[in-house]
Design a protein around this ligand. Structure first.
Ligand code: ADP
Ligand code: MG
Length: 287
């Protein structure tokens, strides 16, 4: 590989909105065999909206007030929904984010829990008939969260995030380039499968805790594959760093961009197969 041809390659990539941090990353992109993509904010737009709420007004008030303390996109969706419904948010006395599970808050004398099944199980909360309703939302690709107040189940809130329009085409092109495509998410299996189906991904790793994302990438490497990781969140940073090529979504967090080897501007997924094509063309020219 001559330094000049590599420079021409990274220059061409940059013109297209693909920012390589160095020429060696372009050479490694050429060798990729598998690609792992985060779901929220990478495959989806990362702008979820509440589509369903089951519960009374008091539960909604406590729910939204508690979520006000969270920076999670799911929380933003819930707060926006309550605001639209003219719900007055109340002061939170204590707040705790439980990564991969949900949140816990204290509001005057009430303890509020919002999150997934695991969170409810860990607090021994009986959700009874909520299970079927959860499943109904999840098969549609929605993320359903359970709400409990003072140890009792009080409702469900479901949120939908839409896929990026060009995601199916990007996945198709990645497969055409011979890459194995895998989705990685903290969300539940059913929701993940529904989104994966919409974009044409058949391998899904779901319910992965934030701190486990890097381990999953490592497992693929241990199978002897050169793997890229694509992500936008703070949660994705360790996985982006450990991957053979870390690809950050330009619209994502600073932490992800710093951990990655490449950044794609505007979060346009079509730039990923484009980067791979440029890497192939560059390396071919060298030979
Ligand atoms: P993702 O990979 O989609 O970003 P996370 O690991 O952040 O997922 O979260 C996994 C799951 O934990 C969510 O699908 C949701 O059920 C629950 N969760 C996380 N944050 C919150 C929150 N602020 N409120 C309610 N539930 C949450
Ligand atoms: Mg994400």
């Amino acid at each position: 590989a001559t330094p000049t041809s590599i420079m021409v390659g990274t220059g061409k990539a940059a013109e297209n909105g693909i920012l390589f941090k160095g020429g060696e990353h372009l050479e490694r992109t050429h060798q990729l065999e598998a690609i792992v993509l985060d779901k929220t904010g990478t495959i989806t737009k990362g702008k979820p909206e509440v589509t369903n709420f089951t519960g009374d007004e008091k539960a909604l008030q406590l729910l939204a007030s508690a979520e006000k303390g969270s920076e999670h996109p799911l929380a933003e969706a819930i707060v926006a929904y309550a605001t639209e419904q003219d719900i007055d948010l109340v002061e939170v006395d204590d707040f705790n984010a439980i990564p991969g599970h949900g949140i816990e808050a204290t509001i005057s004398d009430n303890t509020i829990l919002v999150g997934n099944r695991k969170l409810m199980q860990n607090h021994q909360i009986e959700v009874g008939g909520a299970e079927q309703e959860m499943i109904d939302y999840e098969v549609e690709g929605k993320t359903a969260m359970l709400i409990a107040v003072n140890g009792e189940y009080r409702g469900i809130v479901a949120v939908a995030d839409t896929i990026k329009e060009t995601a199916p085409q990007a996945i198709r092109e990645l497969k055409k380039e011979g890459l194995e495509v895998i989705m990685l998410t903290g969300d539940n299996e059913r929701t993940a499968q529904a989104i994966a189906k919409q974009v044409g991904i058949d391998q899904v790793i779901a319910q992965v805790l934030p701190e486990e994302k890097a381990d999953k990438v490592k497992e693929i490497q241990l199978q002897g594959k050169k793997v890229a990781m694509v992500g936008d969140g703070v949660n994705d940073a360790p996985a982006l760093a450990i991957a053979d090529i870390g690809i950050a979504i330009g619209t994502g967090t600073e932490v992800a961009i710093e951990a990655a080897d490449v950044t794609i501007l505007g979060g346009e997924l079509l730039l990923i197969p484009k980067a791979i094509k440029i890497s192939h063309a560059t390396i071919k020219n060298i030979r």
